[in-house]
Design a protein around this ligand. Structure first.
Ligand code: 6R9
Length: 658
């Protein structure tokens, strides 16, 4: 392979490709350049070839059929081909690597032995679970909600759905009963699969009792399958609840995979937007898997036999694409971790890397920052010589955290891949490739194959053609992993992503492009905040707050938080009869945790006798954001406010806050 590219000395912040990463890579700089050029000049030919990485039951003849123009937005890839995702992730590997480990499961408690699940064992477990689903009346096109901890059964359940053509929708185990009920109802699921309890960081969440509470708000036809994981006490509803492990032991270990069209939905994943309730993002069977598999191979430079670890939860898209679908489609060894980075202590991640000889490690900036704060000794005590590639995802990474990751964890040997993408995109969109791309701390660098990012002028929507640019990030043409629609609401799909800037997919992020054509994501430009890499609509937190009887009005914004990236800052106006108190503050915090889940827990609540509003009654979040950021000098024009004096009051309270 060729040498690492030389670096223009004018850009001293550029980190060259480490020599070791530039050899035996899937793509060096020249390969990336040539393949990228081919992918955008002839997408049809490029993706026709890439589609062959999967096993098709009926091969496709058509490749790309996509339209970004309202009112006809439609995205289809490989539309006349048929395949089964579980067969691609399991069955086709049996002949060559049936006895190879597919999943390494590392439990929350380090004293509990890890499990190595071979491809053959995975086949058996997935078929059994598929047969249990079928026995419960679940078939092709039906929806199954998965509300499980990070245990192997979560992967089995995903693949069991894929095997029988059911559409799964995973609800993160940190979500509340209300959030779970909303998702069960919106997707009209026939069945929910949960566990008795979810252990995490030495504590347990009572998942089954959360599911019980949720199901009170759902059709009584919804079945509840329960994985007895900890053996904790649960109440049992006869006729509705099913002991899934017992049933799995009793059914056949074979289940013929259903033949699915490439465009049949594989899963729905709910994600927060700037308005309204969370949207059900729908992903496809064929295009999604091609894209997840290809990005997993190239972005992490995955080679046969490597041990790959993505620390995300399967409740987020990162877990879908890079714990389960991408790695397993590639016949990889994928690590699944039940716990948290700081339990029993801050060396847990590094101990697991040492124990399982992890080669590629993929985590979030919030985890890196938290571990960085604990000092280097936790890293130094572990042998990390197996590591080859380090990845990050979920939010912009600050250069300090990037440098720490690079030098302390990677010892300067491991390329850092800062991957920008979204639930909606299915897989990586802008990312370095380990053997090809010199990196810059804080930049997601350059586009993946087939991805054509553009920077638009926010107001006019005009494409900025100069290399150096700043504006909003949009994508010019489709890629196979793109979401297809919002579940049950194609109008919302079109208006959210294609109406602001006609003819482009609008990502909702702002960005800068530097003189080398590198992209720097600057964060959301809408009312979505990013808390520890989790997306949260400010509107969701506001509606939870105003649902409290003592709250008259609320406005929620993000503010810079050292560990979480952004924290949740709430301005709350109480009912006239109520007086502010520390107790009430606690009560509201608990209330929001119960309504949405612990991830939505307010970091700061400021009492606001009034909120800054325009004369037409719109809350001026721009001003609230500045106040939350302690940036009082840059409030901009406040003369259009109905009552400009409320701003002074809010600033005063902010300044006097303990
Ligand atoms: C995969 C995932 C998507 C939003 C996205 C952006 C932010 C993700 C990032 C990043 C800067 C990165 N984001 N990766 N920002 N650099 N490498 O996180 O999906 O939960 O849908 O969030 O996260 O703001 O728009 P999702």
């Amino acid at each position: 392979m060729t040498q690492a590219p030389t670096i223009d000395s004018a850009h001293s912040d550029t980190v060259p490709v480490p020599a070791s990463a530039a050899t035996q890579t899937h793509a060096d700089a020249a390969t990336y350049k040539a393949m990228y050029a081919a992918s955008v000049s002839d997408p049809e030919g490029f993706w026709r070839e890439q589609g062959r990485r999967l096993d098709w039951i009926k091969p496709y003849s058509k490749v790309k059929n996509t339209n970004f123009q309202i009112p006809d937005v439609s995205i289809k890839w490989y539309e006349d081909g048929t395949l089964n995702v579980a067969a691609n992730c399991i069955d086709r590997h049996l002949a060559t690597r049936g006895d190879q480990t597919a999943i390494i499961w590392e439990p929350d408690d380090p004293a509990t032995p890890a499990q190595q699940i071979t491809y053959r064992a995975l086949h058996d477990q997935v078929c059994r679970m598929a047969n249990v689903f079928k026995a419960q009346g679940v078939g092709k096109g039906d929806r199954v909600v998965i509300y499980l901890p990070m245990i192997p059964q979560a992967a089995y359940a995903m693949l069991a759905c894929a095997r029988i053509g059911a559409i799964h929708s995973i609800v993160f185990a940190g979500f509340s009963p209300d959030a779970l009920a909303n998702r069960i109802n919106d997707s009209e699921a026939k069945l929910v699969i949960t566990a008795d309890e979810a252990p995490r960081g030495g504590r347990v969440t009572p998942l089954k009792s959360n599911a019980d509470a949720a199901l009170l708000h759902c059709s009584d036809k919804v079945k509840c399958l329960v994985v007895k994981h900890t053996g904790g006490q649960t109440t049992w509803v006869e006729g509705r609840d099913v002991d899934v492990l017992a049933e799995m032991a009793a059914v056949s270990g074979d289940c013929v995979p259903e033949e699915m069209a490439a465009e049949d939905p594989l899963f729905i994943l709910y994600t927060s937007g700037s308005t309204g309730k969370p949207k059900g993002v729908v992903h496809s069977t064929g295009g999604y898997l091609v894209y997840a598999a290809m990005t997993h191979q190239y972005t992490f430079d995955y080679h046969d036999g490597d041990v790959f670890w993505c620390t995300a939860d399967v409740g987020w898209v990162t877990g879908h694409s890079y714990i389960v679908y991408g790695p397993l489609a590639n016949g990889a060894i994928t690590v699944m971790f039940e716990g948290v980075p700081t339990y029993p202590d801050a060396s847990r991640f590094w101990q697991i890397c040492e124990k399982h000889k992890v080669n590629q490690f993929y985590t979030a900036p919030t985890a890196i920052r938290a571990l960085m704060g604990q000092g280097e000794s936790f890293v130094e005590s572990c042998d990390l010589s197996s590591l080859r590639v380090l990845g990050t995802v979920g939010e912009p990474i600050n250069p300090e955290a990037w440098n720490w990751y690079n030098t302390v964890v990677g010892k300067g040997r491991c390329p850092i891949v800062d991957t920008w993408w979204q639930t909606e995109t299915g897989g990586h969109m802008i990312t370095p490739l380990p053997g090809a791309t010199p990196t810059k701390p804080g930049s997601a660098t350059t586009p993946f194959f087939g991805v054509q990012p553009v920077v638009l002028e926010p107001q006019s929507g005009a494409e900025v053609t100069e290399t150096k640019a700043e504006g909003v990030l949009a994508i010019k043409d489709s890629w196979p992993g793109q979401m297809r629609t919002v579940w049950g609401d194609h109008e919302r799909f079109m208006s959210t992503y294609f109406s602001n800037y006609a003819g482009y997919y609008f990502a909702g992020d702002g960005c800068r492009r530097d003189e080398d054509g590198y992209y720097w994501i600057t964060g959301r430009v809408d009312d979505v905040i990013n808390v520890s890499g989790h997306r949260m609509g400010t509107a969701e937190v506001e509606s939870a707050l105003v649902a409290h009887p003592k709250v008259a009005e609320a406005a929620v914004v993000g503010y810079p938080h050292d560990i979480k990236g952004q924290g949740i800052y709430c301005f709350v106006t109480l009912m006239a009869s109520e007086a502010p108190s520390e107790e009430l503050r606690k009560e509201l915090r608990t209330w929001v945790r119960t309504e949405i889940g612990p991830i939505a827990s307010p970091d700061l609540i400021q009492w606001a006798p009034g909120l800054p509003k325009t004369r037409s009654g719109k809350i001026m979040r721009r001003i609230l954001r500045k106040i939350a950021e302690n940036d009082f000098g840059a409030l901009g024009d406040i003369s259009t406010l109905a009552e400009p004096q409320v701003v002074d009051n809010l600033i005063e309270t902010r300044m006097n806050r303990d």
